[in-house]
Write a protein that binds this ligand. Structure first.
Ligand code: ADP
Ligand code: MG
Length: 207
């Protein structure tokens, strides 16, 4: 990954969020407060502007900038959580390019930072349920000799599977946990946006 690819990734996320804004909000209206699409859209629109013309000499600068922008522009829980993830991913990538092994480690650092901030574990029906399997799948592909495209494709598939698997779960973290057993039977909005983020990565790398 280089600086242009990092920039293309966050722009592809913004495009996907734009396209799925109403869907994300609809999911959040079932078990939350109907603002996830709005939050993500506000955040990634600001990110697109912020990274468009910035000067960068390391890959991570673009992603740190994306994270900082999310934190400052999104009011909901997802802003600080995704913001900390992108900042941690970016901080781990302190060179002009990153190979798949370095990127795998950066994704893991991002996951760790979300878990540190939000204290959610796999199975709590949050973005972690898509993010954790995506990181594991990316690492597994890299370890078995897969290139960036193969790893990103595997991560996107795993995130989608994790997203789908949130439906039967009862929420134990975040706003949806207030619903108790009534959160069962609905797909988690944040796991859904995480699946979009990894699909955007796979599509950007494959281009
Ligand atoms: P809010 O809940 O403040 O309205 P959003 O609607 O933007 O924020 O985001 C909701 C999503 O955030 C949830 O679907 C869930 O995936 C994620 N989330 C909430 N709390 C946590 C947490 N503690 N750890 C990880 N993810 C969380
Ligand atoms: Mg919400």
């Amino acid at each position: 990954m280089d600086i242009d690819l990092a920039r293309s990734w966050v722009q592809a996320i913004a495009a996907a969020v734009d396209q799925h804004k109403d869907y994300l909000t609809q999911l959040d209206s079932a078990i939350g407060d109907a603002d996830h699409g709005i939050n993500m859209h506000r955040g990634f629109s600001a990110v697109t502007t912020a990274v468009a013309n910035m000067e960068a000499d390391i890959v991570g600068a673009v992603l740190v900038k994306a994270g900082t922008t999310l934190i400052s522009s999104v009011g909901g829980a997802s802003g600080p959580l995704y913001g900390s993830a992108f900042r941690a991913i970016g901080k781990a990538l302190d060179a002009p390019t990153a190979d798949p092994q370095q990127f795998a480690a950066a994704l893991a650092a991002g996951l760790q930072s979300v878990q540190k901030l939000g204290a959610a574990a796999p199975g709590d029906k949050t973005m972690i349920d898509a993010y954790a399997p995506a990181v594991a799948a990316f690492q597994l592909q890299v370890d078995s000799g897969g290139d960036f495209a193969a790893a990103a494709g595997a991560a996107a598939d795993a995130a989608k599977e994790g997203m789908r698997a949130t439906t039967p779960l009862q929420a134990r973290k975040g706003r949806s946990s207030y619903l108790g057993a009534r959160s069962v039977g609905h797909q988690d909005p944040g796991a859904t946006s995480t699946a979009l983020i990894f699909r955007a990565l796979a599509e950007t790398v494959a281009r």
